[in-house]
Design a protein around this ligand. Structure first.
Ligand code: NCD
Length: 340
């Protein structure tokens, strides 16, 4: 795809070569994310970071990514703090806010809302999650993480065996990741969920049509045998009609160290888009896995900054200029010390 000036609304926009290009630029962002070098290439540029749904990682990492390239970030959080609460349409909001920014990142509870907003925007819009639909930048950082984790094992994404666990019906991170993995060859999907929270049929059918193996499981143990990646998700309680209904599914699949040791392969990588639900009745990813070296959840969050910097760099067409605007960093930073 042509990145320059374009919206990123769905992973369907990407071909394999586009993903490779994003990852190549993401790799180059490492010294800036780790603060060995500083660049001001986006000096003067403004990001409109608009989050009409709760967010920690996605909002802050998009903001940090823009700051790390030298740009300024203007945040709008919550519908009630914006004019949408006074009945303003997405169209009008987009016309107005795109006049104040060079690029916009948006999260909204309704599927399709970010695309609607983008169609009225005068600047590129990146979908940071639209309801149950898609979360393209999360899929990119997940895939980037998978690639990095597998590199150490001399494996590639072609032939990957992955288990996706939890609320596969409402999880937009799962939807985007499945579609993106569908671009590769011979991926084995093990879908572990209660029947009521199964992955959408259109996504599964598309994977099967492309020749991927899709296994559906009702229990965790069977699904996580013989996989390279276990991708755990929380019950998306905010998508259920009532709290009681969401509570029925909480805590059904819990991965902890004992289950991991018994049922996973020694190198199986554990991932989660986060937040993990740490309340007693949920705990889909137990804290006793925190010392497990294959727990990649915080490597995922670090990688999110690199991938989001790469998206900004490609869309705003400064990927080849970053290093010209760079200089070394001299202040103390723990990020530069070797990681354990
Ligand atoms: C995910 C989301 O918002 O879809 N979180 C995230 O962006 N890292 C997953 C979730 O909320 O469970």
């Amino acid at each position: 795809m042509d990145f320059i000036g374009h919206h990123v609304l769905s992973v369907d926009q990407f071909a394999r070569a586009d993903i490779e290009r994003i990852f190549q630029v993401a790799d180059e962002m490492q010294p800036y994310a780790e603060r060995t070098r500083i660049t001001r290439v986006l000096e003067g540029a403004i990001l409109g970071n608009m989050f009409f749904e709760p967010s920690t990682r996605t909002r802050v990492s998009f903001g940090c990514a823009f700051n790390l390239l030298g740009g300024e970030v203007r945040e709008t959080t919550e519908v009630k703090a914006s004019s949408l609460a006074k009945g303003e349409s997405l169209y009008d909001t987009a016309r107005v806010l795109s006049g104040y920014s060079d690029i916009i990142v948006m999260r909204h509870p309704e599927a399709g809302s970010v695309a609607e907003f983008a169609s009225a925007s005068r600047v590129p819009v990146l979908n940071a999650g639209d309801g149950t639909n898609e979360h393209p930048s999360q899929a990119l950082l997940d895939l980037y993480t998978i690639r990095k984790e597998l590199e150490g094992q001399n494996r590639s994404i072609d032939g990957l065996r992955i288990a996706l666990v939890g609320d596969l019906k409402h999880g937009r991170a799962v939807h985007s990741l499945c579609k993106m993995l569908g671009l590769f060859d011979h991926v084995e999907f093990n879908l572990v969920s209660p029947a009521e929270l199964a992955a959408p049929a259109d996504i599964v059918e598309a994977l099967v049509a492309k020749g991927h193996a899709v296994n559906v499981w009702g229990d965790l143990q069977s699904g996580i045998h013989h996989v390279d990646i276990v991708y755990v998700t929380r019950t998306q309680e905010e998508r259920f009609p009532s709290q009681e209904e969401a509570d029925r599914y909480r805590g059904l699949f819990r991965l902890n160290q004992a289950i991991y040791t018994e049922h996973c392969e020694p190198n199986t990588v554990i991932m989660h888009p986060l937040p993990r639900d740490s309340r007693a009745q949920a705990q889909e990813l137990d804290v006793d896995l925190n010392q497990n070296p294959n727990l990649a959840i915080f490597r995922q969050t670090d990688n999110g900054v690199l991938v989001r910097m790469a998206l900004f760099a490609l869309i705003l067409n400064i990927a080849d200029e970053i290093h010209n605007h760079a200089r070394p960093v001299t202040w103390y930073t723990a990020k530069r010390t070797p990681r354990t």
